[in-house]
Design a protein around this ligand. Structure first.
Ligand code: GCW
Length: 701
C-alpha cells in the first residue's frame, strides 16, 4: 500500500513538473496568471466580461476569443464574452469606421466612465487593439490611466517564408516547414492558427508562403486549393497570403515555349492564372518575384527589363486588389563590385514601374551581413515604392545557435539617413512612403520559423520575430523597449533577471559583429553553408562568392576600397551620406573596412593601429560571450528551467565558436599583417591548418 502511494506521489510530481516545463510553443502569448494579486484585482475590476458588437465577424470573434483566453489566464478567473456579458466593468469592443484618425488598421484603448473600450477603425483594428491590451496586462501595466492610440506606419507588413514544397526551408534552422503541403487541404494543422495569432499579435498582416527560389507548383489548381486552406486560417487574423512565383512558370506548367513578358500568350497565361487564384482565394495578396538572380529565370532572359516583367504581372492582377513585390537582389558575374550591381540594374528603371509594383530591397547592398551600410537604392528611386527586406533567419548570424537579437540591426537600417531629400531622409521614411509620397508601402522579414516545437530553434529567435513585427508596425519604437516587452511576456518580469536578459539581448548583435566581422569586414564566412569563418576562401563558382574578394587582405593592409580610387561604390550615395564614410580618418570604425583599404599600421581614433584594433575587437567580442553567459546565469532563478538550460547550452556552443572565429581570423590575417598579437592577448592554441580542417568538415568537404 505504502509503495503504491509512493508511486502515485512520484507520478504526480513528475507530471506536474512536465506541465510546468515551458517548451516555448506559446511564444510571447503566455497567459499565465499574473503573480501580483493587487495588479490582478485592478484589472479584474475592468474585465468582468467582453462585449462584442453586433453583427459580429470572424475577425471580431477571433479578437474576442483571444482577449478572453488571455484575460482568463492572466487574471485567473472566467471572463464571459457575448452581446451582454458581465454588465458594468465589461470591456467593450467597438468598430468606428468613421474615425479616420485610426486609419485602416489602427486602434484606441481608453478607460471611459463606462469602462474599458477597444476601438478599431475596422475589425482588424479591434483585433490589434485586443493584443495591445493583453500586452499591457502581460507587461505589468495598470489599467487606471489607459489611453493608447496606435496605427501602423507601413501598410504591408509581411513575413517571407523560404519554404519549399518538399517541406525543407532554405536557410531555415528551426526544423522543417510549418506548411504541410502533403496534408493540405484536407488536414489543416492546428498550428497554423497559433502562427496566425502570433503574427496578429505583433501586427504582421501578410505572409508569403513559399521560397523566392520558387517552384511553379504553387500555381497549379491542386496547390491553390492547399494555399486557400491556409488562407482561410489566416484571414480572421488579418493576414493575406502571397506567393513567390517562378518566372518560367508559363513554360514549366503552362506548356508555352517562352516566358517573355511581351509575348501576348504569356500575358494571357498570367492573366488567366491570376483570375483563377482570385477565384480560389478572393483576398489573395499578390506576387513576390526573384528574377534574374542567382540563376533564377527572368525577363532579362528575353532582353526585357525588370520593369517589363513586373508590369506584366501588375497587369495580370488587373482589377484585383493585389501587389507585385519585385526583388532587387540581383548581381551579375564579372561586372565589377557586387555592391553596385543592384543599383545599376534598378536605378535607371525608376519611374517605369506600374502603380501596383513595389521593388523589394535588402537592408544592405551585399547580403544580410551582420552589419551593412544601408542599400544605396534607398532614396535613389523616388518614383518607386520600396519594400525593405530584412532577414530574421540567421543565415549569416550563427543560425539558431548564436544568440543575436536583431532589433538593433533592423533599427540601424531604418534610422540610416539617405539624405535623398536633405537631412532626415531616413530609410524608414523612404519605406513608409512619407518621404516620396507613396500611397503604398511595405516591409518584409525573411522568417526564422520552422516546425521545431518552439518555432525558432533558439528560444531567443522568437524575439526577432517579435521585434520585426513591432518595428514593421511602428518603426519609431525603440528596440531596447521591445526587448524588454518580449522578455517580460516570454521569460520573466523579475526585475534583476529582466535587466540581465535585456542587456544580453541589446548587446548581442554588436558582440557577434566583434567576434566575426569587426570594423566593417563582411562576407568572410564559410562557403555555401554560410556558417563559421573561412576568410581564406579564394576560389568559388563566382569571385564574389569568395571571402578574399571582400576583405582584400595583403601586405599593405585590409579592406575594400570603395572610394574613387577603388570601385567608387560610395558615389551611389547622396553627397552627405557619402561624406560620412568617404574619409578613412572620420569614417565610423564600424564601417571602415566596408569602404577603405587601410594599412595595418594605420593609427585609428582609438589610439590603436588597425592591426591592434582588429585583434582587440576579436578578443573582446569573444570575451563578451562569457559576459553573456554570466548574465544569463544570473537570470536562472526567474526563468523556466527548460528554457534556461537550452539557452545555457547554446551559449556554450557560441562561446566555443566565437573562439573559433577569433582564432581563424587572427591567424589568417596575421599572415598579412606579420605582427604579433598586442601584449596581454593570449595567442590561439591551435594552428590555422587545424582550423581549416575543422571548416572543411563543416562544409562537408
Ligand atoms: O542570402 C542569399 C541566400 C540564398 C537566398 C538569396 C536570396 C533564397 O544564400 O539562399 O535565396 O540570398 O535572397 O534570394
Amino acid at each position: 500500500m505504502f509503495l503504491r502511494l509512493l508511486l502515485c506521489a512520484c507520478l504526480l510530481l513528475t507530471s506536474r513538473a512536465e506541465v510546468r516545463a515551458d517548451d516555448g510553443y506559446r511564444l510571447w502569448l503566455k497567459y499565465d496568471q499574473l503573480p501580483e494579486a493587487g495588479l490582478r484585482k485592478a484589472w479584474q475590476a475592468h474585465a468582468k466580461g467582453i462585449l462584442l458588437p453586433e453583427p459580429t465577424t470572424p475577425t471580431l470573434q477571433a479578437a474576442a476569443s483571444e482577449l478572453q483566453l488571455g484575460l482568463q489566464g492572466l487574471l485567473g478567473r472566467p471572463v464571459p464574452k457575448g452581446a451582454a456579458p458581465g454588465g458594468r466593468g465589461s470591456i467593450r469592443l467597438r468598430v468606428a469606421s468613421a474615425e479616420a484618425a485610426l486609419g485602416r488598421e489602427g486602434y484606441r484603448l481608453t478607460m471611459t466612465g463606462g469602462g474599458l473600450e477597444i476601438t478599431g477603425a475596422t475589425d482588424a483594428g479591434v483585433l490589434y487593439g485586443c493584443f495591445a491590451l493583453l500586452r499591457q496586462v502581460q507587461t505589468g501595466q495598470r489599467p487606471e490611466a489607459l489611453n493608447l492610440t496606435s496605427q501602423p506606419r507601413i501598410q504591408h507588413r509581411l513575413l517571407n517564408h523560404w519554404d519549399n514544397p518538399n517541406g525543407t526551408v532554405e536557410r531555415g534552422y528551426a526544423g522543417s516547414s510549418i506548411w504541410k503541403w502533403l496534408e493540405l487541404p484536407e488536414r489543416v494543422d492546428p498550428r497554423y492558427q497559433d502562427y496566425a495569432r502570433a503574427n496578429a499579435s505583433v501586427g504582421i498582416n501578410g505572409v508569403v508562403l513559399n521560397n523566392v527560389n520558387a517552384s511553379a507548383r504553387y500555381l497549379t489548381p491542386e496547390y491553390l486549393r492547399k494555399v486557400a486552406a491556409v488562407a482561410n486560417v489566416l484571414r480572421p487574423y488579418g493576414q493575406r497570403v502571397y506567393l513567390s512565383v517562378l518566372w518560367a512558370a508559363p513554360k514549366v506548367i503552362g506548356g508555352l515555349k517562352t516566358s517573355d513578358p511581351l509575348d501576348p500568350q504569356v500575358q494571357a497565361w498570367w492573366a488567366a492564372r491570376t483570375n483563377e487564384i482570385y477565384q480560389t482565394i478572393p483576398d489573395f495578396g499578390g506576387f513576390l518575384v526573384k528574377a534574374n538572380s542567382e540563376g533564377e529565370p527572368g525577363p532579362q532572359d528575353y532582353g526585357r527589363t525588370h520593369a517589363d516583367g513586373a508590369n506584366m504581372l501588375a497587369r495580370a492582377l488587373g482589377p484585383h486588389d493585389g501587389i507585385v513585390m519585385w526583388r532587387a537582389f540581383v548581381y551579375q558575374a564579372g561586372s565589377g563590385d557586387r555592391f553596385k550591381q543592384a543599383y545599376e540594374d534598378f536605378k535607371p528603371l525608376d519611374g517605369q514601374f506600374a502603380p501596383k509594383v513595389l521593388v523589394q530591397v535588402k537592408n544592405g547592398p551585399i547580403d544580410f551581413q551582420a552589419r551593412e551600410p544601408f542599400h544605396p537604392l534607398f532614396g535613389a528611386m523616388p518614383r518607386t515604392p520600396l519594400v525593405l527586406e530584412v532577414q530574421l533567419t540567421q543565415e549569416y548570424l550563427g543560425f539558431a545557435t548564436h544568440l543575436v537579437y536583431l532589433g538593433p540591426l533592423i533599427k540601424e537600417c531604418l534610422e540610416a539617413d539617405t539624405y535623398a531629400q536633405g537631412p532626415g531622409s531616413t530609410v524608414a521614411k523612404v519605406v513608409d512612403g512619407t518621404l516620396e509620397k507613396h500611397a503604398i508601402s511595405g516591409i518584409a522579414g525573411v522568417a526564422n520559423i520552422g516546425a521545431d516545437r518552439n518555432w525558432t530553434g533558439h528560444p531567443v529567435g522568437q524575439a526577432n520575430w517579435y521585434a520585426f513585427g513591432r518595428l514593421a508596425w511602428d518603426h519609431t519604437l525603440d528596440p531596447a523597449d521591445l526587448a524588454r516587452e518580449w522578455t517580460r511576456m516570454t521569460l520573466t518580469r523579475e526585475p534583476a533577471a529582466e535587466a540581465a536578459i535585456t542587456s544580453v539581448l541589446n548587446q548581442s548583435r554588436s558582440i557577434y559583429v566583434r567576434y566575426t566581422t569587426p570594423l566593417g569586414l563582411h562576407h568572410i564566412m564559410g562557403q555555401t553553408l554560410h556558417y563559421g569563418p573561412e576568410p581564406w576562401l579564394a576560389s568559388s563558382a563566382r569571385p564574389d562568392w569568395t571571402a578574399v574578394y571582400y576583405h582584400k587582405a595583403d601586405a599593405a593592409g585590409l579592406g575594400f576600397d570603395r572610394t574613387a580610387t577603388g570601385s567608387d561604390a560610395l558615389a551611389l550615395y547622396a553627397p552627405e551620406a557619402r561624406a560620412r564614410w568617404a574619409d578613412p580618418a572620420t569614417c565610423p570604425l564600424d564601417y571602415l573596412l566596408w569602404f577603405h583599404h587601410v594599412s595595418w599600421n594605420q593609427p585609428l581614433r582609438t589610439g590603436r593601429t588597425l592591426w591592434q584594433e582588429l585583434t582587440t575587437r576579436y578578443y573582446s567580442g569573444t570575451d563578451s560571450v562569457q559576459w553573456m553567459q554570466q548574465q544569463w546565469a544570473r537570470a536562472a532563478p526567474a526563468v523556466d528551467a527548460e528554457t534556461h538550460a537550452d539557452v545555457t547550452a547554446r551559449l556554450r556552443v557560441q562561446q566555443r565558436e566565437a573562439q573559433w572565429w577569433r582564432d581563424a581570423c587572427m591567424l589568417y590575417f596575421q599572415q598579412f599583417a606579420r605582427q604579433p598579437l598586442p601584449p596581454g592577448l593570449p595567442p590561439p592554441t591551435r594552428t590555422l591548418a587545424d582550423i581549416k580542417e575543422q571548416v572543411d568538415i563543416y562544409q562537408l568537404r
